[in-house]
Design a protein around this ligand. Structure first.
Ligand code: PMT
Length: 395
């Protein structure tokens, strides 16, 4: 979800940081635009910090020299949410007035707009305001009516802005975000494993964890509970339904998969697990010498194989195959040998695919014989394709 939160100058603006946090926790990308008077109610610094994006206020930011392009905002967003929407902003929207960045963005919106009004009760009941609501409603806007309760003026009645949780629910309804995995628990492995040689050295690989975190984010968006067992990574993700279990080695990863597998519905094994580890870790740092150094490596346990061998009829295992040659053949062999339901092939021969990058190019094979080839995409979009396939496969 790409959401622009447009804030006009009303006291209910104090609720907007909570809305931004909720949106971010639910996987949305958020940008904020304020009317100039909204700055009197909430600091742009709070909004930019929470949304992790600069806040648009003027068409031209005189300090940075940056031109805030309302057309680009309109193209970027899946939804514009104007909250709080004051009587003044609503009236300008109803007539097509365009004297600030938020109104210009509204007129440039390619997608939908949600209006969340907040004002005092007499204003809310005024025939002019009601007429403006009718106009905007017939223009195709979604309106989340104000709630009844105590108002900033001390009066009691209709006019309170809807609570952030209600706004989020309405946004999900408008954007048709379906919690298709509600009630399901998804176990995901991500990142590399590090196998210690001595206290300062290890065997590892280039996995960043980005693919696994993108999968976790998508699963959360679909309403699932996620257990993310990940090797050393700098990726971060926060969500009430997310449990991150950090590990270092393949043995630790296996231990945690074993602990959580029986309570999971689907396992997605995107971690780049080291296939081998040193037979023994030296207690002290190995000293450099002129003699060649030989390490004895022993095989690590195969984690996805363990999960496949221990799955019930209702559980699914989904693995990855990272290949450099005979890609499809090797992926299909892994699907069979590791008794997985689905395997996702990514090849290091494809530009933009595999480790560290924000993009990936995958082919999905499943045990029912399906093959689907996808174009190079952002890992967030690849995660959508993977879950679409899992949901289809499970039907
Ligand atoms: O983390 P990123 O930088 O975003 O990169 C993503 C990725 C390239 C690491 C990811 O897309 C990927 O391909 N992950 C699997 C890497 C890998 O180890 O592939 P493999 O072909 O060696 O292993 C096949 C499957 O067995 C994988 O699901 C792997 O998690 C699993 N496996 C492998 C070895 C082992 N001991 N235990 C396992 O469970």
């Amino acid at each position: 979800m790409r959401i622009i939160v447009g804030i006009s100058g009303g006291i209910a603006a104090y609720k907007i940081p909570f809305l931004i946090r909720l949106l971010k926790k639910n996987g949305a990308d958020v940008k904020c635009i304020m009317t100039p008077s909204a700055k009197d109610f909430i600091s742009p610094l709070v909004l930019s910090t929470l949304s992790n994006n600069p806040v648009g206020i003027d068409f031209w930011n005189k300090e940075t020299g940056v031109w805030n392009n309302h057309v680009q905002y309109g193209e970027w967003a899946d939804l514009l949410v104007i909250a709080p929407a004051t009587a003044n902003t609503i009236s300008k929207m109803a007539t097509g007035a365009c004297d600030n960045l938020l109104l210009a963005t509204y007129l440039s919106m390619r997608q939908k707009t949600l209006l969340v009004p907040a004002m005092d009760l007499d204003m809310y009941q005024h025939p002019t305001v009601k007429r403006n609501f009718e106009q905007l409603s017939s223009d195709g806007l979604h309106i989340l009516p104000a709630e009844s309760g105590e108002l900033a003026s001390g009066l009691f009645g209709e006019g309170r802005m809807a609570e952030p949780e209600m706004i989020l629910k309405k946004i999900q309804e408008i954007l048709d975000v379906k919690p298709l995995l509600l009630g399901k628990t998804i176990l995901i492995t991500a990142g590399p494993t590090h196998e210690a040689i001595d206290p300062v050295r290890f065997i590892g690989n280039n996995s960043s964890g980005k693919m696994g975190f993108a999968l976790a984010k998508r699963a959360l968006n679909l309403g699932a509970k996620v257990k993310l067992i990940c090797g050393p990574t700098t990726c971060v993700l926060e969500h009430d339904s997310l449990e991150i279990i950090p590990v270092i080695t393949a043995d630790e990863m296996l231990f945690n998969v074993q602990a959580h597998w029986s309570t999971s519905d689907i396992g997605i094994f995107s971690a780049a697990v080291a296939d081998y580890k040193p037979a023994k870790m030296e207690v002290e740092k190995i000293k450099k010498s002129d003699a060649p150094l030989q390490l004895t490596l022993v095989k690590n346990p195969d984690i996805v194989q363990w999960a496949s061998n221990n799955k019930s009829a209702k559980q699914l295992t989904v693995g990855f195959a990272l290949e450099t040659n005979n890609e499809s053949e090797n992926a299909l062999t892994k699907l069979l040998n590791k008794k997985m339901d689905i395997v996702i092939l990514n090849s290091l021969n494809e530009k933009g695919a595999g480790f560290e990058k924000d993009t990936n190019k995958i082919t999905i094979f499943d045990s029912k014989g399906a093959t689907k080839i996808f174009n190079l995409k952002q890992k967030s979009e690849v995660a959508i394709d993977i879950f679409d396939h899992i949901i289809e496969y499970s039907k």
